[in-house]
Write a protein that binds this ligand. Structure first.
Ligand SMILES: Cc1ncc(COP(=O)(O)O)c(C=O)c1O
Length: 406
């Protein structure tokens, strides 16, 4: 079934403000259904989770439903879905919990392609435990992170490899199943940052071979929180610090304090919305597979249009457009114009394409873009051809402007 972008756009109240949004990799806009689910949870009687009162049962039901929804989206098990404030917080927490079993001389591997949220928690935790950090480097020319770059660093002391499923700066999608095979042969765990992949592709954490898979609903049309998925059996072996009276059950032992029930209700709604992007049959997981495949096709067509437009615009430099597989995300700059100025120039024309390193700091530096970074344009489920054309028109206007400042 064809992807009807006009019907999708009609569900996003924020689009009425008129901007062309290329800021999705920073955080997506939200459909009406999600906003209503959040408000609905706040309007109804909700208490702490329990079975005694209707308010307790409602809270419990919201959590159960949200775990089911995330398990459907990621191909996981509801009992292995952990909610937290953000991917960053969940990753720091998991690093500290795993490190209880690390010994001086053990090793962890991070990559220069990753967002800092999948580098710094491992680096700082490793430092605190006398653990050695090894860095796998991507190729700044192609934007690719080869399996060999990671495989070459694995030793008998490697405890964990942290790698992104998709770069939020370049869109590069490393070959995670192949990496997982090598990491598991070495007897290490694989922690995959799925924040930038999840909004753009069907996900199956089993097929990826991820021991841990972290993502953030606010990047895939949902509310601001984070999710960590793992096998419940693996989570049973990890013992985070927790309050004495708090549950020691999995996954609750990883969820410090009271969960944001209204945001969980919104997360379920976001997954339901994604499952219904195109009409489909079957259970939610099956409908998600169809919807996400249709979305990927829609977004790739727009990425091709954008890439082609940028390529034929003299004065634009694109970075590390990974030749193999890539999310619909493009990093570029306009010659002789500071990216921060280009961003403001576009913003004045209702085109939201921010500039920066987007916390992929090591990646930005490796690309030769320092801490300043460049302009990033991300395609989202609500992006259409006219958005892409507005962005290209804005860039061409900027290039044609004598004093090329905002
Ligand atoms: C690839 C990637 N990883 C991690 C993060 C951090 O996510 P959170 O804001 O949920 O901590 C982001 C946020 O931009 C991201 O793009």
């Amino acid at each position: 079934m064809a992807y009807d972008v006009a019907a999708v756009r009609a569900r996003f109240p924020a689009l009425d403000e008129g901007a062309a949004h290329f800021d999705g990799p920073g955080g997506s806009q939200v459909p009406d259904l999600v906003a209503e689910a959040v408000a609905g949870a706040l309007r109804a009687a909700v208490s702490n989770r329990g079975a005694g009162t209707a308010a307790e049962r409602r809270a419990d039901g919201i959590v159960t439903e949200a775990r089911r929804a995330m398990a459907d989206l990621l191909g996981g098990t509801p009992g292995g879905i952990v909610f937290g404030r953000s991917m960053t917080q969940l990753t720091y927490d998991m690093a500290r919990a795993l490190a209880k079993e690390w010994r001086p001389g053990d090793e962890v591997v991070v990559t220069t392609l990753d967002h800092d949220a999948n580098i710094r928690p491992w680096v700082q935790t490793a430092e605190a435990h006398g653990v050695t950090v090894r860095r796998a480097d991507f190729d700044p020319e192609s934007g690719e992170l080869d399996v060999a770059a990671i495989a070459g660093l694995l030793t008998g002391r490697t405890r964990l490899v942290a790698v992104t499923a998709a770069s939020n700066l370049l869109g590069t999608r490393p070959d995670i199943p192949a990496i997982a095979e090598r990491v598991h042969e070495a007897g290490a765990l694989l922690y995959v940052d799925g924040v930038h992949l999840t909004p753009h592709s069907p996900v199956d954490i089993g097929r990826l071979g991820a021991d841990f898979y972290a993502c953030s609903p606010y990047k895939f049309l949902g509310p601001h929180l984070g999710v960590l998925a793992a096998d419940p059996g693996l989570l049973e072996t990890v013992h985070p610090d927790k309050l004495l009276p708090a549950s020691d059950a999995v996954p609750e032992r990883f969820e410090l304090g009271t969960l944001p029930y209204e945001l969980l209700a919104g997360t379920t709604a976001a997954v339901d919305f994604l499952a219904g992007l195109v009409p489909g049959e079957g259970n939610r997981r099956e409908r998600l597979a169809g919807s996400m495949a249709a979305l990927e096709e829609h977004e790739n067509a727009l990425l091709d249009r954008l890439d082609a437009g940028l390529a034929e615009t003299a004065g634009v430099t694109s970075y590390g457009a990974a030749s193999r597989r890539r999310t619909p995300t493009t990093l570029f700059s306009v010659d002789h114009v500071r990216s921060a100025d280009a961003y403001l120039f576009l913003a004045e024309r209702g085109v939201n394409a921010p500039a920066g390193n987007f916390y992929a700091l090591e990646c930005s530096r490796r690309l030769g873009l320092g801490d300043t970074g460049a302009l990033r344009a991300g395609i989202a489920p609500y992006t259409d051809e006219s958005d892409v054309d507005r962005l290209l028109k804005g860039i061409r206007e900027l290039i044609g402007t004598p004093n090329r400042q905002a």
